[in-house]
Ligand binder design. Structure first.
Ligand code: ZN
Length: 318
C-alpha cells in the first residue's frame, strides 16, 4: 500500500481495499505465479498455494504494526529524475545510501532495493531448506514485485492529489481488476532464470514510470468527455449506497489503456515466478519433493481458530 493519504482520500467503497493492487490483485499475482513454475518446484508450491495466495497481502497488513514497512512498496521516481530513462539514481543500495542518505531514500520509497534484499533472503532460505521461510518470503516477494509494476507507485502524485484526480490510485489497481478480472487471461507461460535482477527491477520501474503519462492523461481526457454525472455512479455495498467510478467510464478507461492493468498484472506474476525460480536455482536447486513447511490442513484450522478468537474479541470490545 502506498500511503495513509490514499485511504482517507479514496471513495468509501474502496477504502478498505485501497491497498496496492487491492487484495484481489495481489492474490491473483501470487496464485498465477505458481503455475509458471517448472515441475521441480511446482509440486511444493501447489501444495501450499492457499498459503502463498492468502499471505500475498501480509506486507500491506504489516504497515499497521511496523513503521518501516510503508516505504518498501513504492519509489517516487519524479523526486530524482526529470525525464526517462532513470539514469541518475544509483541502482545499488550502498551507492544510493552514499548519495542520498537512508532518510531521503526511506522518505521517497525503496521498493527496487527491497526486492533485491528479499531475493537474497529467499535464496538463503532455499539453501537452508527452511521451508516455512521459503513460503513467507515467496508470498512477500510477490507482493513487492506486483507493487513495482503499478505506475502510480512510482510518483509522488500517487493518488492524483496534485492533478485533480483524487481516487485514481484505487481506481486503477482495485476498481478495474474488481470489475474486469473475470475476463483476464492469466496464462502466463513458463518462468525463466534472471541473470541480473537488479537490471530487471530497474527496467520494471522504468516501464511503470513510462506508463504514468497514459494513466493520468487518459483519465483526464475521459473525465472531460463523460462529465461528473456519467463518470461516477452509485452502487450498493454492505447495505450502503456509495459513490463509485461508473462501469461505463471504467470500461472506456480500461480500453483506452489497452488493457494495461491486465498486462501489468500478468507481468507481475511471471516476474514473481521467475524470481522464485532464480532463488531456487542459485541455492543449488534443492530437491523440494517430500519437503514440508507445515500440514496445510492443520494450519487452516489453526488460522480459522485465530480468526474466530479475534472476532469474539472484537465483539467484546464493541
Ligand atoms: Zn503494497
Amino acid at each position: 500500500m502506498k500511503r495513509i493519504g490514499i485511504i482517507v482520500l479514496t471513495f468509501i467503497f474502496i477504502a478498505p481495499k485501497a491497498f496496492s493492487w487491492g487484495f484481489h490483485g495481489h492474490k491473483m499475482v501470487n496464485h498465477s505465479a505458481v503455475f509458471a513454475l517448472p515441475p521441480e518446484m511446482f509440486v511444493f508450491y501447489k501444495k501450499y498455494i492457499d498459503f502463498i495466495t492468502d499471505h500475498s497481502v501480509d506486507p500491506d497488513r504489516r504497515r499497521y504494526s511496523d513503521p518501516e514497512e510503508a516505504c518498501r512498496h513504492y519509489i517516487d521516481i519524479d523526486y530524482y529524475e526529470k525525464s526517462l530513462p532513470i539514469d541518475t539514481i544509483p541502482h545499488y543500495w550502498t551507492e544510493a545510501v552514499k548519495t542520498y542518505g537512508k532518510d531521503t531514500l526511506a522518505a521517497h520509497g525503496i521498493v527496487p532495493w527491497h526486492i533485491i534484499l528479499m531475493k537474497n533472503r529467499l535464496t538463503e532460505a532455499f539453501r537452508n531448506k527452511d521451508m516455512m521461510a521459503v513460503l513467507r518470503l515467496s508470498a512477500d516477494i510477490g507482493h513487492y514485485i506486483a507493487d513495482a509494476h503499478v505506475p502510480l507507485h512510482t510518483t509522488h502524485n500517487y493518488n492524483g492529489q496534485f492533478s485533480g484526480q483524487y481516487g485514481i490510485h484505487a481506481f486503477w489497481e482495485s476498481r478495474l481488476p474488481e470489475l474486469f478480472s473475470g475476463g483476464y487471461d492469466l496464462v502466463i507461460g513458463q518462468c525463466y532464470y534472471i541473470d541480473s535482477l537488479n537490471k530487471q527491477i530497474w527496467q520494471i520501474i522504468n516501464d511503470s514510470y513510462a506508463c504514468l503519462d497514459s494513466v493520468l492523461g487518459f483519465e483526464k481526457k475521459l473525465s472531460k468527455i463523460f462529465g461528473d454525472d456519467r463518470k461516477y455512479g452509485f452502487e450498493e455495498k454492505s447495505g450502503r449506497n456509495i459513490k463509485v467510478y461508473a462501469e461505463d467510464f471504467s470500461k472506456a478507461y480500461a480500453r483506452m489503456l489497452d488493457d494495461q492493468v491486465e498486462r501489468r498484472l500478468k507481468l507481475s506474476a511471471l516476474m514473481t515466478a521467475s524470481v522464485w525460480y532464480t532463488c531456487w536455482f542459485d541455492a543449488g536447486q534443492p530437491v523440494l519433493d517430500g519437503l514440508d513447511a507445515f500440514d496445510p490442513q492443520q494450519q487452516t484450522l489453526k488460522e480459522l481458530d485465530l480468526e474466530i478468537k479475534q472476532l469474539m474479541l472484537g465483539r467484546q470490545e464493541e
